[in-house]
Design a protein around this ligand. Structure first.
Ligand code: ADP
Ligand code: MG
Length: 286
């Protein structure tokens, strides 16, 4: 039985001074080991939902909070954010807004000091993280000297040093070039597979994450419109009405379908699309 890490029951939140709910009646369960992609048009409540996962809502943002949210068994409405930070790491869109210190080393050590660990344990974990993320050459550099991709890697490393069970990333590759974006995403895949860290990522480039995510949640006007296995959700043509840009392979699958050519499964990558088409061509030649 895998652990239930996040449990939301009819969670709604309205920011103070705002007439409308930013999220409304969100119910979901997230289990250990999942790799969840959250998508939806701008303003649909993705960031607000992430703020519930780490307790910034309702602890930091003022407004009307309704429903129940448990993170690793802790009620977010009754748990200080520094306690929740032990379980949930958070990475944002702009790396420069989350790196505060004069060197990469200080950045990582700061989080560990907040956990009140001994000097020895801090050194041990620092070494472990530097090795794991291969940060040796940039350890004494200032964050502003790094590329966007390196900055995001450092932000993720600083979170992982605290050994969270869940890592929430809000559009972490939005400001990165395609190569750095791919690097960050394969790093997330490694953290999920090898360290069993549960990943929740908000990302509009479905192309990049769809092949590795286990579950896709599509939000619309503060509510969950779709929630399920990625391939299943992307197979649903209604999804286009919700402002989701499906991967090119899915778009081509749909075009072929409309012409009467039905592939066995919805391909999530160009490679899968090629295999599916080859399958159809081979079948036709007999
Ligand atoms: P997304 O991340 O999907 O773009 P957000 O969660 O940022 O959506 O926003 C959902 C709604 O909440 C929007 O209408 C937005 O204007 C509003 N909102 C977001 N942050 C704040 C805030 N700090 N104060 C007031 N309203 C906010
Ligand atoms: Mg957002």
């Amino acid at each position: 039985m895998t652990d239930l890490l996040i449990y939301l029951d009819k969670v709604s939140f309205k920011y103070r001074g705002s007439p409308d709910y930013a999220i409304k009646d969100i119910s979901l369960k997230i289990f250990e080991g999942e790799f969840i992609l959250i998508a939806g048009p701008s303003g649909c409540g993705k960031t607000t939902l992430c703020r519930v996962f780490n307790g910034l809502i309702p602890n930091f943002y003022e407004g009307v909070f309704e429903g129940k949210a448990l993170v690793c068994g802790h009620d977010v409405a009754k748990t200080p954010t520094h306690i929740l930070a032990k379980y949930v790491g958070m990475v944002f869109q702009e790396p420069e807004n989350q790196l505060f210190f004069s060197t990469v080393e200080k950045e990582i050590v700061f989080g560990l000091e907040n956990l009140c660990l001994s000097r020895q344990e801090i050194s041990r974990r620092l070494k472990e993280i530097v090795d794991y993320f291969n940060l040796h050459s940039i350890l004494n550099k200032a964050p502003f000297e790094l590329s966007g991709g390196e900055q995001q890697k450092v932000a993720i490393a600083a979170c992982i040093a605290m050994r969270p069970r869940i890592l929430v990333l809000d559009e972490p590759t939005a400001n990165l070039d395609p190569v750095s974006a791919k690097e960050v995403i394969s790093l997330l895949q490694k953290l999920n597979k090898k360290l069993k860290i549960t990943i929740i990522i908000v990302e509009h480039r479905l192309e990049l994450i769809a092949p590795i995510a286990t579950r896709l949640i599509v939000m619309h006007k503060g509510r969950i419109a779709f929630d399920g296995p990625v391939r299943e959700i992307l197979a649903n043509r209604d999804i286009e009405k919700y402002g989701i840009a499906v991967p090119v392979s899915v778009e081509l699958y749909n075009k072929l379908y409309d012409k009467g050519i039905k592939l066995d499964k919805v391909p999530l990558t160009p490679q899968e699309l090629r295999e599916e088409i080859m399958g159809v061509l081979n079948a036709e030649s007999y």
